[in-house]
Design a protein around this ligand. Structure first.
Ligand code: 164
Ligand code: MG
Length: 368
């Protein structure tokens, strides 16, 4: 792929309003934009989606920077690659650090697509021209959630995800169901429960949720299989699935009926596609998760979600869900509940240089 230079941009932006889960609040988002340039000046873009602290997974912006700078870039310098799959396989010699790997690997996919004048969606064998869009409500009260849901439904979003925990679950969902008896709703618990809560979780079956996401421990697939036999609501796994093998084992065990695929969590588009292909062959629905990300990661998600197995609206919302102004042009827009899949080369979005400058904390450059 003739890599000539890698540039990293560390950016930070306030969210329009804090994103609240039982694990804490995200009010500011730091991220790493990766730009990989070839000898002809063509470049690909990726985004590191680790948070500033390790509350969702073990990675942080600082650990990602270390991995990219001291491990992954030197590895790429030593091992010239012909296509992005080779980078994904090369990075398997390094344990975990999936978000750092994905930041680099996704930039290589964008570069490779542009070098071959193909849209990223087409390169991945995407089949959709538009993808259905869902949105997450992450707030502290049913009153606020209802206000947000009303606004998001006006904006066209096709399904709503809410955050639950044992302190508010039943009453919170009951309030929402009272106003919206038929709305497609899913609930994300981010590991707020244990098997001792089986009766609590059984009681949530009456709300006819599309699914409950990650009710038990972040690294469990055994107890989720026990729980799934006890509750009617389909379990969706998020945190527990960090690789293709995790997905295969969870499905074999009956730990879930749905998988939330996040490109960063599984180490890149190659692994994400492997999980998709496996699930698609077995008619296990998947959807594309979000990471409160900026537009570059959002663009990669759109390309991934154009694959045929993404049959459930994901957490891919418009740029203006979180940001006053995103770092891409054009911004991601939701129209009539759908986002258009670009057909221009690569991710089909470019960097908003003005916004990048406004949000920039620091940069690093590496010549090959
Ligand atoms: O990016 C979005 O639109 C929302 C993403 C989202 O819901 C999440 C991102 C990161 C951590 C979470 O608590 C949550 C999730 O678990 O899916
Ligand atoms: Mg989740």
């Amino acid at each position: 792929m003739k890599i000539a230079q890698v540039e990293l941009y560390i950016v930070q932006m306030p969210l329009k309003s804090p994103f609240l889960t039982h694990l804490g609040a995200v009010a500011h988002r730091e991220g790493i934009i990766v730009k990989i340039m070839d000898q002809d000046g063509c470049f690909g873009l990726g985004e590191g989606v680790a948070f500033s602290t390790p509350w969702y997974t073990e990675e942080t912006v600082a650990t990602s920077l270390h991995m990219i700078t001291d491990i992954l870039i030197p590895l790429l310098k030593k091992n010239p690659i012909q296509q992005p799959e080779e980078a994904a396989l090369l990075f398997k010699s390094i344990r975990r650090n999936h978000m750092a790997k994905a930041a680099v690997e996704t930039a290589l996919w964008d570069l490779y697509a542009k070098q071959n004048s193909s849209s990223l969606s087409a390169l991945l064998n995407g089949t959709r021209q538009v993808i259905a869009s869902g949105v997450v409500v992450a707030t502290d009260s049913a009153v606020n959630a209802l206000k947000q849901i009303e606004q998001y439904l006006e904006e066209g979003y096709q399904r709503i995800k809410v955050k639950i925990n044992p302190q508010q679950d039943y009453s919170f969902l009951a309030e929402i169901r009272k106003v919206y008896p038929k709305l497609p709703i899913m609930a994300d618990a981010n590991s707020a429960y244990t098997l001792k809560d089986i009766e609590r979780l059984k009681a949530l079956d009456e709300f006819n949720l599309l699914m409950i996401e990650q009710p038990l421990a972040h690294d469990d697939i055994i107890e989720h299989a026990v729980l799934q036999k006890e509750i009617r609501t389909p379990i969706c796994l998020d945190e527990s699935i960090v690789s293709f093998d995790d997905a295969r084992k969870a499905i074999e065990l009956g730990s879930c009926q749905v998988i939330n695929i996040k490109v960063g969590r599984v180490g890149g588009l190659y692994e994400a596609k492997q999980i998709h292909d496996y699930c698609f062959a077995r008619q296990i629905p998947v959807w594309c998760g979000g990471m409160i990300e900026f537009g570059i990661s959002r663009a990669h998600n759109i390309a991934l979600a154009s694959l045929p197995g993404f049959t459930i609206p994901g957490d891919i919302s418009a740029s203006n869900r979180f940001w006053e102004e995103d770092i891409i042009l054009p911004e991601v827009q939701v129209k009539g509940g759908f986002i258009k899949v670009p057909d221009e080369p690569g991710i089909g979005f470019s960097l908003n240089e003005k916004r990048l400058k406004e949000t920039l904390l620091s940069t690093r450059t590496f010549r090959f």
